[in-house]
Design a protein around this ligand. Sequence first.
Ligand code: SF4
Length: 205
Amino acid sequence: MNKEIIKNELDILFPNPKCELEYSHDYELLLSVMLSAQTTDKSVNIATKELYKKYDTLDKLNTLSIEDIKNYIKRIGFVSNKSKNFKSIVSEINKIGYVPNDREYLEKLNGVGRKTASVVLANLFNVPSFAVDTHVFRVSKRLGISNKNDDVLKTEKKLKKYFDEKDWNKINSQLVLFGRYNCTSRNPKCKNCNLISICKEKNKN
Ligand code: SF4
């Protein structure tokens, strides 16, 4: 069964998958996931390293102006919007002092959508989720879990139906890593891929 083949291969490739964003506090994860839109986790980690070290509490982060934030994150792109969102999220979270296990609350924060909320809920609270980022979106199609015309929400629904709920968070992280390092957008490593027999795009790549 394809599901078992996929699960086994992902377990071999990524036995202990984890989020590659670096954070020490719950709010840092939330901020870093928001910042990671349209860029790599690596560049977010570089941009936030000094920022989180120097401003290591919510109160301290809350003293930063949008211009201050821009100076720290200028290398990651979409800096204007991301700086405003950063300031706004810090201000909101600082009112309660922690990131709550509450999707509705999270999705109302500026710059936080369904995907960001899912990553935060899965990593902080182990809430079973599927955050469909660009890697998960692409790999799901290639592995035949979703179809060519499915949008992100439909892909999420299909992934949730395809895999057992107890496995969602682990497989989500594994699919991100598989898409990031193996089944890349351009030049995927098909020659060494053990999922080639079930792949829908093996001939294209
Ligand atoms: S065969 Fe290539 S495109 Fe298909 S899943 Fe493997 S790496 Fe991805």
